[in-house]
Design a binder for this molecule. Structure first.
Ligand SMILES: *Cc1c(COP(=O)(O)O)cnc(C)c1O
Length: 404
């Protein structure tokens, strides 16, 4: 049985007050909160075995190396990657995307085509634009409909023998749409294109199986999955990781260095120059343990209840318009009320202890599509409750009264 009150005890931050009111944290799509079990792992690392990894013969260094590599194996198992070295530690989703986009500079030619979706986060648009500038490749966009779903026949029409790469997020951070990545991967592969999936928003809500998906690259950030900031992973199929050149030069990523020539280390070290976020990697593993202990099916079921309840309650309020009404979506509600500026509502909600996101959510093209400056976004995780949604609805009604 899923007991949300018991779960909430794991998250010390949920006890605090903001502006004198109990915190209602609905900004989970920006970053999730951290359970005590993960905080303990971080404290334990710095209290007991902080050392640099892969280098020292001394005990502390070996303990740190073991824990860091064990965490990699945990992450590998979680994503069902074939090999641990197909999991590359990164600083997060943005870093993973840039690593791949930079690597493709030497693999693309003028006139090659790259496809992205209209639903992307800026971090999955800008690196590809930069790649196109460097290589002369052409960027094409899969359009979306009013519900915030990608229009698949238009995607089919974009594909041809020049298509080399397709990039799409698994779940949109601005609207919550779950994209049909199985279909997109299969179609892209039929013309020989590689696919990178941005899993920053999906990993908190579901457990991707990279082998079953047959995806070429999959990226995510730990901080959206109950882990710390500044760490994430890039999954890459071995054949692709072998083909890509190193991203950054430095310690740890080399085999032999002379001033004439340097040879690179094998996977995963080729992509892991310098001292990494050791504690972050270990804590990422602990965060996945925490989530898996609850179970992703349980999490999804409960979060869907929150989504349905929140949607229903919001739509009872006059003037509310929800953006992102895809059939398949996760617990993100993006909305506006009449012509009130989202920022004004967000500011008043904060005074009442409620954290929501307002603005364009790093997805300006989506806002342009709907011809709005931004939205208010409430995003739920498994530690949120229906009672919190009630508090939010009451506060929202107050804010609307004050502003109209
Ligand atoms: C948060 C997010 C990112 C960026 O993640 P960082 O941890 O800031 O690198 C990219 N894509 C999507 C869909 C996101 O939600």
């Amino acid at each position: 049985m899923f007991d949300v009150q018991k779960i909430r005890k794991d998250f010390p931050i949920l006890n605090r007050k903001v502006n004198g009111k109990p915190l209602v944290y609905f900004d989970n799509a920006a970053t999730s909160q951290t359970p005590q079990q993960v905080i303990d792992v971080i404290v334990d690392y710095y209290t007991n075995y902080n050392a640099n990894i892969h280098r020292g013969v001394h005990s502390l260094s070996q303990e740190a190396t073991d824990a860091y590599e064990q965490a990699r194996i945990k992450i590998q198992k979680h994503f069902n990657a074939k090999q641990p070295y197909e999991i590359i530690y990164t600083a997060g989703t943005t870093h993973g995307i840039n690593l791949v986009a930079t690597g493709f500079t030497s693999l693309l030619n003028k006139g090659d085509e790259i496809i992205v979706s209209a639903l992307e986060h800026h971090s999955n648009i800008v690196p590809w634009q930069m790649l196109c500038e460097r290589t002369g490749a052409i960027l094409k966009v899969i359009p979306m409909n009013q519900d915030g779903e990608l229009i698949l026949p238009e995607f089919d029409a974009l594909l041809n023998e020049n298509t080399k790469l397709v990039f799409v997020n698994h779940i949109s951070n601005a609207l919550g749409t779950i994209n049909p990545i199985e279909y997109i991967i299969e179609k892209a592969h039929s013309v020989g294109a590689a696919v990178l999936v941005d899993g920053a928003q999906s990993c908190p809500h579901l457990k991707p199986d990279v082998q079953a998906l047959d995806v070429d690259f999959y990226v995510c950030s730990a901080h959206k999955i109950c882990g710390p900031t500044g760490v994430g992973v890039l999954y890459g199929k071995e054949e692709w990781l072998q083909k890509l050149p190193p991203y950054q030069g430095g310690g740890e990523m080399i085999d032999q260095v002379t001033f004439e020539k340097t040879t690179y280390a094998g996977l995963p070290h080729k992509f892991e120059a310098g001292t990494p976020n050791i504690c972050g990697g270990i804590a990422f593993g602990a965060a996945l343990d925490y989530m898996n202990n609850i179970g992703f099916d349980t999490i999804a079921k409960y979060e869907n209840e929150l989504l349905d309840y929140g949607t229903e309650e919001l739509l009872k309020i006059e003037g509310v318009k929800i953006y992102g009404t895809a059939k398949e979506k996760t617990s993100v509600i993006s909305f506006n009320v009449g012509s009130i500026h989202p920022y004004d509502i967000g500011t008043i909600l904060d005074k009442m202890g409620i954290a929501v996101r307002t603005g364009h959510h790093c997805a300006q093209p989506i806002m342009d599509f709907y011809k709005i400056p931004g939205t208010i976004r409430a995003s739920f995780m498994f530690y949120n409750t229906k009672e919190e949604i009630d508090t939010f609805i009451v506060a929202l009604k107050k804010a609307i009264m004050m502003l109209s």
